[in-house]
Design a binder for this molecule. Structure first.
Ligand SMILES: *Cc1c(COP(=O)(O)O)cnc(C)c1O
Length: 359
């Protein structure tokens, strides 16, 4: 037995590492990244801004300027506190670190896998409550699971990943009101959705909202934020590692995230493309595409594994969920640029309607 196998906690050894497939020379539609690069005419200005940063110094500890930039971009009322993380993943971890031994994290299934993984890393219990057949909240089941498991944290991704839908707002409010748990509305896809819970923070002291810049064009920055009451943010801030937002992220964010018009324009293009892609997928006989409020579409396909492989062989990488519980035969495609979406659809159509009779 190797040193590390002998040494490592057995529950960590049992975890399957978060898998990121290689993606060179493919149309990458697997990870909800934005297809849009920085506009040419901003590059010079951006580089000058970067050159001005002092990399021999530690970053600004509170990243106050970046905090203001994000408030401006996302229109966050000034009475709320904002806590920044190295991706929203880090903030999920920080919330888990705030829990006591034997506390429980509760979420729905299927949903974002990091809730469960981080519960495992931090030795907390995890309870996933099944969604209904059409991926809605099962309110009765949620309320009974909450009273049975008495969770400390309840994560609800809104819109949900990987299903793409939002849940019934009244159901969510009923959940928030039913519990002493902190309820975290994870709005990673806020830019593509018609609703948000930011406005409800003043109403519910146990509600916080998570956001990220990863899905709006800046996955490489690793920057997420938690929005809550001033008191909540002040206390949680004690768990943040010093200087968790590096200088390059702070400086880049302060330049790039001020391009609000550009960011909103790109989001509008994705929403438009999402409608076209949904329509195109629905036209393929046998496929079921689920409605989406996010920048991706979940769809059920006969022969999902074969379609996934065929797409990959033809240079298009999407996400294969077909062996996950409750997602039999399901695949998830990120909405890309118009050209990428067309190429994706071309391959899908070729798979189901083979030219010349051989596939
Ligand atoms: C992508 C995603 C995140 C992770 O965001 P990062 O800021 O990149 O860590 C969080 N929550 C949900 C629901 C996501 O889909």
């Amino acid at each position: 037995m190797s040193f590390i196998n002998n040494w490592l906690r057995s529950d960590i050894q049992a975890i399957n590492a978060y898998h990121v497939p290689p993606a060179s020379d493919v149309i990458k539609l697997d990870a909800m990244e934005s297809p849009f690069a920085l506009p040419e005419d901003l590059i010079g200005q951006y580089l000058a801004y970067l050159a001005d940063s002092e990399l021999n110094r530690y970053p600004s500890p509170g990243a106050d300027q970046l905090n203001q930039t994000l408030r401006g971009l996302m229109e966050i009322p000034k009475e709320f506190g904002v806590l920044l993380g190295n991706g929203s993943d880090e903030l999920i971890q920080l919330l888990a670190l705030a829990c006591a031994a034997d506390d429980t994290i509760l979420s729905v299934e299927p949903s974002f896998v990091m809730y469960d993984m981080i519960a495992k890393f931090t030795r907390l219990n995890y309870k996933g409550v099944a969604l209904t057949k059409d991926y809605q909240l099962d309110l009765a089941l949620m309320l009974s699971a909450i009273s049975e498991h008495n969770p400390k944290l309840i994560f609800i991704a809104y819109p949900n990943n990987p299903t793409g839908n939002t849940f019934d707002r009244e159901d969510i409010e009923a959940i928030i009101k039913s519990t002493d748990a902190m309820v975290i509305l994870d709005e990673a896809y806020y830019a593509y959705a018609g609703d948000s819970f930011i406005g409800d923070i003043a109403k519910y002291p146990n509600l916080v909202v998570l956001r990220t810049v990863s899905k709006i064009g800046f996955a490489g920055l690793r920057l997420g934020l938690l929005i809550g009451s001033q008191e909540t943010v002040l206390e949680l801030d004690k768990l943040r590692l010093p200087y968790n937002i590096n200088t390059l992220t702070q400086v880049s964010g302060n330049f790039l995230l001020k391009q609000k018009t550009e960011i909103n324009k790109n989001a509008a293009i994705i929403v438009e493309q999402r409608a076209l892609l949904l329509e195109a997928l629905a036209k393929v006989s046998g496929l079921t595409a689920y409605p989406s409020q996010a920048n991706f579409i979940l769809f059920k396909a006969p022969n999902a594994q074969a379609l996934f492989d065929y797409l990959k062989d033809n240079g298009v990488l999407i996400k294969n969920l077909s062996s996950a519980p409750k997602l039999t035969d399901c695949l998830r495609v990120t909405v890309g640029s118009p050209e990428q979406n067309q190429q994706f659809m071309q391959v899908v159509n070729k798979f189901y309607i083979p030219q010349g009779g051989c596939k």
